[in-house]
Ligand binder design. Structure first.
Ligand SMILES: Nc1ncnc2c1ncn2[C@@H]1O[C@H](COP(=O)(O)OP(=O)(O)OP(=O)(O)O)[C@@H](O)[C@H]1O
Length: 248
């Protein structure tokens, strides 16, 4: 049985409605503009998916939100801690799974790390070495490491794209389950190439193009969802990405 992580206590200076607010964000590399006065709001507890063609600037935006890139212009405000889970789990191979999750936490963090591993169903592998984990287990550990920081904003950078199809389905369920339990405090921004993943998981799907949020779709359908119920929106999103249906 999964235990819950402690709930993040809101402090009085936190704006109640938004986790992230971006205004006029720009980023250029060697004179080439990648983000061009981009605006974006993420509401508290919202699950947002970000689609875009390769090279459209998804990771660049994510890095800016994570505070990993200071060479942007414009305004960017994020309320609370930001945690990132990447496509490759990035676990330190010389530390056991539990110590990877607890890394950087204050004393007493190991108990919280155990709770987080419990939440992602990885209790039995807490003392394992990262290199002995399967791809899915390693991603679970990576999620636990992000969650244990009780982030206001959880950034997921294509975290499931390297997993096999069955494991990916399990991870989708896990992420929805975790988000369900933490949504009061945690917003999620999922960068993905997979239109179906966006349709299954997100409240809102954004399409990045020309350096800005070029399209935005809200998905009201109840979860769990079936792609077959969302074919019109799927076709529209593929069109916005410049992909014709049947060609992927
Ligand atoms: N550090 C960098 N130096 C130079 N150019 C960069 C750097 N980081 C990103 N770029 C360029 O900015 C553009 C956007 O890159 P970014 O990684 O954000 O795209 P993306 O949408 O995440 O792509 P993908 O879907 O292929 O991962 C690309 O043309 C990339 O080459």
């Amino acid at each position: 049985m999964a235990t819950r992580l402690p709930t993040r206590v809101a402090t009085e200076h936190e704006a109640p409605g938004h986790t992230a607010r971006v205004r006029g964000l720009s980023r250029a590399f060697g004179g080439r503009t990648v983000l061009d006065r981009l605006d974006l709001d993420i509401e508290r507890g919202e699950f947002v998916a970000l689609l875009g063609r390769s090279g459209s600037g998804k990771s660049t935006l994510l890095r800016a939100l994570a505070g990993l890139d200071r060479d942007t212009t414009g305004q960017l405000a994020v309320d609370g801690t930001v945690a990132v889970a990447f496509q490759e789990p990035r676990l330190l191979p010389w530390k056991r799974v539990i110590d990877n999750v607890a890394l950087g936490l204050p004393p007493g963090g190991r108990a919280r790390a155990r709770d987080a591993l419990d939440e992602v169903g990885l209790t039995a592998r807490a003392d394992a070495w990262p290199l002995t984990l399967s791809g899915g287990e390693a991603q679970r550990a990576s999620l636990a490491r992000a969650l244990v920081r009780e982030p206001g904003l959880l950034l997921l950078d294509e975290p499931f794209s390297a997993l096999d199809a069955l494991t990916r389905i399990t991870m989708h369920r896990l992420v929805l389950d975790l988000w369900d339990r933490h949504a009061r405090d945690t917003s999620v921004l999922l960068v993905t190439h997979d239109v179906d993943e966006a349709l299954l998981l997100a409240d809102r799907v954004l399409v990045l193009g020309e350096g800005r949020i070029a399209h935005e779709s809200r998905i009201e359908a109840e979860r769990p969802r079936r792609i077959t119920d969302l074919t019109a929106l799927r076709a529209r999103l593929l069109g916005q990405l410049g992909v014709e249906e049947g060609t992927r």
